[in-house]
Design a protein around this ligand. Structure first.
Ligand code: 6PG
Length: 230
């Protein structure tokens, strides 16, 4: 079974700083060992402060290759797209070559985009670092409770997602598992229930997440609940 390390952060600010540090350490290791860094960005709001902290933290951007864990089926440039938030907070402010940034073409519709992205990401495996968030219902990327996850595919279409918009594209646990590291960012009291259920072994989408390497969870005190013991 995948070893999962849970790391308690004093605040959301410290969580963002630690996340940025982990990303940079993973980048240095990947660039040293394989000449490039294959990073999968998480959607949602939690990672955005960490992305911003990366902007002035390094300069080897030409070695970075950016992928996305999931995308919402919205027109390009729609402010609700995960790629839009990543652009605003990070990608538009660093010099990663455009050819190395691989948004999910969700505007093609969930089925076509999933097929295209599965083909795109296959030769990139194993990924160096996959960033993930955690939803209040235990979803991660766009893997939601009760969803059928097809075997042997790397990206899947999602319909009727409980978190709008309903149509999305998501990497599958198989794609995420083909990685050296997974880093899950969990901040805020709203995630307390899902985090506690995950840690107590409940079968949630987040519980399906494995890695060939390690899975680390950065959680702040608000999400982790009252400090245990003391
Ligand atoms: C999305 C994200 C989703 C996100 C969680 C947490 O498209 O919404 O990919 O998986 O990571 O819902 O979202 P927050 O970080 O905004 O709480």
């Amino acid at each position: 079974d995948t070893q999962i390390d849970f790391h308690l952060c004093e605040s959301s600010g410290q969580l963002a700083r630690l996340a940025a540090q982990r990303i940079l350490t993973s980048a240095r290791r990947a660039i040293t060992t394989r000449g490039c860094f294959r990073l999968v960005l998480a959607g949602g709001r939690t990672p955005l402060n960490a992305y911003t902290l990366l902007v002035d933290a390094t300069s080897d951007w030409d070695r970075w290759h950016i992928f996305f864990g999931d995308e919402r089926c919205l027109p390009p440039g729609d402010p609700e797209r995960n790629s839009h938030a990543a652009d605003q907070h990070f990608l538009s402010r660093v010099s990663i070559p455009a050819a190395n940034i691989h948004p999910i073409p969700a505007e093609l519709g969930a089925e076509s985009a999933a097929e295209a992205y599965a083909e795109l990401i296959a030769p990139q495996l194993p990924l160096d670092l996959v960033l993930l968030g955690l939803g209040e219902d235990g979803h991660t990327a766009s893997l939601f409770p009760g969803q059928e996850i097809p075997e042997g595919v790397l990206a899947m279409p999602v319909h009727d997602a409980p978190k709008p918009p309903p149509d999305r594209v998501s990497l599958t646990p198989d794609a995420i598992a083909s990685s050296h590291e997974v880093l899950v960012l969990v901040s805020g009291a709203g995630k307390r229930e899902a985090l506690a259920q995950w840690r107590s072994g409940k079968d949630l989408p987040i519980s399906r997440i494995k890695s060939d390497g390690r899975v680390e969870v950065l959680m702040d005190v608000a999400a982790a609940g009252e400090p245990q013991g003391c």
